[in-house]
Design a protein around this ligand. Structure first.
Ligand SMILES: [Zn+2]
Length: 541
């Protein structure tokens, strides 16, 4: 049984299937249908928004045997060969690995010859900004006087790095980051066609974690399906993403509204006990404050499908507009400084205390010592009031944040026991960085050094940001900077992801066996012609 990753299986094959890029699709379709063709197209946009997918569809549009069209047939030899990645007149180059002039010359020399079977020779050059200056120059010559049968489709995440001389010869299209609701809609469609059950809030979490990239969203969905043993549930996805249960953040903001410092610290402590990532918490807190500010100023801009709409509206009432602005700033700074804090809990705790300390006093004529914004449900601890009133060095709330490092962490800092999957389980990681860790196999480990290997099919996880996050998490775990080298290659099959899915399958098989051996179930099957639906069985642990 070969499992095809969703991003590949559900890669759009027509313009109509391409989600979230309607503006580009419309312009391109019109041009194609009116036979207004350009020699060179430049597709820009961040990673995973559909640049190469769009390029391939465009290649089909240009070469479909039914004629140049915005709706390639998908049936003819040209369409099928392009879909299958074996069309002789389509050349896909990744400039990230072919930056040399030699390569470019070779490619362009070849452009002089007529296409072998298609109407056009199409060159898709991905990450074109990585080409060397000399390579750009030699490309420019061809772009100035391109043979009639040649089309260039250039794609880049960084158009600033492309020489103006090249830019000016391209028809440019900017692909947008895909908004979360569009991603949710697409994931829903995929799951329905795959006949996989899901909870919509789980998809909203995945869409948020994918930050505008459909490819990341589908990769995360793959992982969520494996993680949930064939179902996509909110709790499981939250756990998988290491994303913060929003209830913590709401509890913190409510405590802030009530000026309850002890409760603030208690929430932070609870989050620490559950090993939640404080970086992710501050990021989500920023998002939440943004939504609260929206609710205060332009309530209609707050989408109806935001899951915690009622809570957000309540907090929008509890805070003044200037409080929210200030909290937002404090949260951003807190997140930036998290790496400098003695430890993450301390950094997070200080950020919360700063929010408490710098709560703007209610403006107004009343000289009352306490703003009457909201009656505090619980008695405000004396220490918190003092701190607030002084707004300067003052006795802080009891139980200041930096708890002494627990002994097991201290022990962990000294040595690595060789168990990479177990280590990954302990790292404070979320989203794509966690996924990267789970798909890595440990090739070698030395003092302060790991060499990790990622299988070919997951190499897209090797984004610099995710590498850095993983490196940081490992460094934090061991209490010292760690050198981590990444490579792409064959793995022997003991990545944490593989182990996890094996474990899941074993438990599932066990559960199925248990059900099948149950005498009551057997009687049902034998006497009433009942059938056990295996996918309905779930292990209890
Ligand atoms: Zn065709």
């Amino acid at each position: 049984m070969s499992y095809q990753v969703l991003a590949r299986k559900w890669r759009p094959k027509t313009f109509a299937e391409l989600a979230g890029q309607e503006h580009v699709v419309r312009a391109l379709s019109n041009a194609l249908d009116q036979q207004r063709l350009h020699h060179a197209y430049l597709l820009t946009g961040t990673r995973g928004v559909g640049k190469t997918t769009l390029a391939r569809i465009l290649a089909k549009s240009l070469n479909c045997e039914s004629g140049i069209t915005s709706t390639p047939c998908g049936q003819c030899a040209a369409c099928r060969e392009i879909d299958g990645g074996r069309f002789v007149d389509l050349l896909e180059l990744d400039a990230a690995s072919n930056t040399g002039i030699d390569n470019m010359r070779e490619v362009l020399d070849n452009a002089q010859y007529a296409p072998t079977s298609g109407r056009f020779k199409v060159y898709i050059i991905d990450e074109v900004h990585m080409l060397s200056k000399a390579a750009f120059n030699s490309m420019l010559k061809t772009l100035e006087e391109p043979p009639e049968h040649v089309k260039f489709i250039l794609a880049t995440t960084d158009p600033q790095k492309i020489p103006v001389t090249v830019l000016s010869r391209c028809l440019q299209f900017n692909l947008k980051q895909i908004p979360p609701p569009v991603i949710v809609g697409h994931l829903q469609q995929v799951l329905q066609q795959e006949a996989i059950e899901f909870e919509t809030p789980a998809l909203q979490l995945l869409a948020r974690a994918a930050s505008g990239s459909m490819r990341d969203a589908l990769s995360l969905l793959d992982q969520a399906i494996a993680h949930g043993a064939g179902r996509v549930e909110e709790a499981g996805v939250r756990f998988m993403l290491g994303s913060i249960d929003q209830t913590y953040l709401f509890a913190i903001l409510r405590a802030l509204a009530a000026q309850d410092g002890a409760e603030l610290m208690a929430q932070a402590q609870r989050m620490e006990e559950r090993s939640l990532s404080f970086d992710a918490a501050l990021q989500d807190m920023g998002t939440l404050l943004h939504q609260i500010a929206l609710a205060q100023t332009v309530p209609e801009a707050l989408a109806d499908d935001v899951p915690e709409r009622a809570d957000i509206l309540a907090l929008a009432q509890a805070f003044g507009a200037e409080d929210v602005q200030l909290y937002y700033q404090i949260v951003l700074h807190g997140r930036r400084d998290l790496g400098l804090a003695p430890d993450e809990l301390a950094g997070f705790g200080m950020t919360l205390l700063r929010m408490l300390a710098f709560t703007p006093q209610a403006t107004g004529s009343s000289p009352a010592p306490q703003p009457q914004r909201k009656p505090a449900p619980a008695p405000v601890p004396a220490a918190a009031i003092e701190y607030r009133a002084a707004a300067a060095p003052a006795p802080v709330v009891e139980e200041p944040a930096p708890a002494p490092v627990p002994t097991d962490t201290a022990a962990a800092a000294s040595a690595f026991d060789g168990d990479w999957p177990a280590l990954v389980g302990k790292l404070k990681l979320g989203g794509m960085a966690k996924m990267l860790a789970q798909h890595c196999e440990l090739k070698s480990a030395g003092a302060g050094h790991f060499a990790l290997c990622v299988p070919e099919e997951h190499k897209h996880l090797l984004e610099k940001v995710y590498q850095e996050r993983l490196k940081t998490a490992i460094g934090e775990h061991f209490g010292q900077p760690w050198r981590v080298d990444f490579a792409v290659g064959a793995v022997t099959g003991v990545t944490p992801a593989v182990l996890e899915s094996r474990d899941k399958q074993a438990k599932q098989a066990e559960a199925i066996a248990a059900i099948e051996q149950d005498t009551f179930v057997r009687e049902l099957v034998e006497n009433f012609d009942a059938k056990v639906v295996e996918s309905s069985i779930k292990p209890i642990h």
